[in-house]
Design a protein around this ligand. Structure first.
Ligand code: NAD
Length: 490
């Protein structure tokens, strides 16, 4: 089979890169694409291009409205090419086509939202406490942004960085994950076709140490927008000591999914399936800790198990498939190890718990009862796979205590018909997102991000654009009087 070739996009030009590596199709485990590998030389070239484009040429001269128009053109290009981009993402990451097709079409709306934000950034005239001064503030682009993207949902997770950064007037170097980079590298054609000036957007990929680390410690980087795991984030923070870049961090999760006995159980079961088995559980907001009120535990688990065991697993390119493979063999090996450690720690396997005996990186939807142990790694660690740990609770206080017993704080699902209880719990839960009687809903209009080990950035919404700006304060002396006593602060 002929391998498909992808390219870097640096300073408005496409190139194969000095070195390449192969990308595997997770559904077969076989190489299907040749990917360029950026190392120090390419990273430096990309940052230099972004730095120049920020300071010189057309980009800094464009009005905010003109920047917005370029983003609208990009959005149209994405919409037209969404089926092809979705196929690439499915091929390169194993995420099912049912999801990539709708998610990538929606990515166009993210860019449209930020296109509209570009000329809505206002400053303020200050009611200053001096009669001879006019003082105003205005938001200004922070500079050159390094965007580091993980392997799940690369087009979506890059849109929430690129959209607001360009709306603010920044330029970027985007590092696609080395796993599944094809759709993000391909997206470069959209920026080119939309007419963004050379160097404004540069898209490369490579490995953590030889590419990501070089990029995030580069002296010309002003802001780092990172999405990935907390251990990598610690490295990135250390790298930022070199350039003192500001940081936004979107990290992992171990999100609780709480179900009270009064909930609509049909709906809760479907939502729990969505929370942990959609995208094969490879989602930062995966609802991976199910908390069930004791009185419904047995019935709920039986029904959930039955549903989980009839999920249609197969080729991610087949529209009827409900669960595809994991993205990498490394990921599957990690899950195997964590499930076995959980069982050794006293957890009880209810369903699944094995890799499928077929080519590709498939793992069965798995449910593990952790009521006998609080030490099971599947309860404490992010597995990033289709593994659900279950605990029961007696009352609201017990549910809250268990839900908040995590170092992560990204999302929480809560199913109850009691509105007052929903308010109480959503106020006390330590997570950046709470979904009440629903799950895994996102929008360009709604902020997204976490607490604690889940990071501290907020992506989505107008506020995200402000992350890519700094406030400038301008003082104008309105008096004709000579400058007064130079030895006293005015
Ligand atoms: P990862 O942390 O291994 O890698 C993320 C990116 O960082 C990759 O592009 C990688 O090449 C790069 N990288 C690795 N070492 C680096 C270094 N020293 N310096 C700079 N960059 C480096 O994460 P992953 O396995 O690709 O993705 C899964 C993780 O991402 C999970 O923890 C998941 O929860 C998290 N995630 C979070 C969100 C969110 O919005 N909160 C969304 C999706 C994924």
């Amino acid at each position: 089979m002929k391998m498909q070739l992808f390219q870097h996009y640096i300073d408005g030009e496409f190139s194969n890169g000095a070195t390449q590596f192969e990308s595997l199709d997770p559904a077969t485990g076989k190489a299907w694409a040749i990917i360029p590998e950026a190392r120090e030389e390419e990273v430096n070239r990309a940052v230099t291009a972004a730095h120049r484009a920020f300071n010189q040429g057309q980009w800094p001269k464009l009005t905010a409205t003109q920047r917005g128009k370029l983003l609208y053109k990009l959005a149209d290009w994405i919409e037209e090419n969404a089926p092809y981009l979705a196929e690439l993402e499915t091929r390169d990451t194993g995420k099912i086509i049912r999801e990539t097709a709708s998610q990538i079409a929606y990515v166009a709306d993210y860019y449209r939202y930020y296109a509209g934000c570009a000329d809505k950034l206002e400053g303020a005239v200050l009611p200053i406490d001096k009669t001879d001064m006019q003082v105003w503030t205005k938001p200004q682009a922070v500079g050159v942004v390094a965007a580091i993207i993980p392997w799940n949902s690369q087009l979506f997770l890059s849109a929430v960085k690129i959209g607001p950064a360009l709306a603010a007037g920044c330029t970027l170097v985007i590092k696609a994950s080395e796993d599944g980079p094809a759709p993000l590298l391909e997206l470069a054609k959209g920026f080119h076709a939309a007419g963004f000036p050379s160097g404004v957007v540069n898209i490369i990929t490579g490995f953590g140490k030889t590419c990501g680390s070089v990029l995030t410690s580069h002296p010309d980087i002003d802001h780092i927008a990172f999405t990935g795991g907390p251990i990598t984030a610690q490295q990135v923070i250390k790298n930022s000591a070199n350039n003192l870049a500001s940081l936004s961090l979107e990290l992992g999760g171990k999100s609780p999914f709480i179900i009270f006995a009064d909930a609509d159980l049909d709906s809760a079961i479907n939502a729990q399936i969505a929370a942990i088995f959609a995208a094969s559980g490879q989602s930062c907001v995966a609802g991976s800790r199910l908390l069930l009120q004791s009185s419904i535990k047995e019935e709920f688990i039986n029904r959930l198990k039955q549903k989980a065991e009839t999920i249609k697993i197969g080729s991610p390119l087949d529209k009827s498939t409900e669960m595809g493979p994991l993205c990498t063999l490394r990921q599957r090996q990690y899950i195997e190890q964590m499930v076995s450690a959980s069982i050794n720690a006293g957890a009880r396997l209810i369903s699944g718990g094995f890799s499928l005996d077929k080519e590709g990186f498939y793992y069965a939807p798995s449910i593990i009862d952790c009521d006998n142990t609080e030490q099971a790694p599947c309860l404490t660690h992010e597995l990033f796979g289709p593994v659900l740990s279950v605990q029961s609770f007696t009352d609201e206080a017990d549910a809250l205590g268990k839900a908040n017993n995590s170092r992560y704080g990204l999302a929480c699902g809560l199913f109850t018909q009691n509105l007052a209880r929903a308010h109480r719990i959503s106020a006390q839960i330590r997570s950046g997102i709470v979904w009440l009687n629903t799950y895994r809903a996102v929008s360009p209009i709604a902020p997204f991000g976490g607490f604690a080990l889940s990071g501290h950035g907020r992506e989505g919404g107008m506020a995200a654009v402000m992350d890519y700006t700094r406030s400038k304060t301008v003082w104008l002396n309105t008096s004709d009087a000579p400058f007064p006593d130079p030895f006293i602060m005015r």
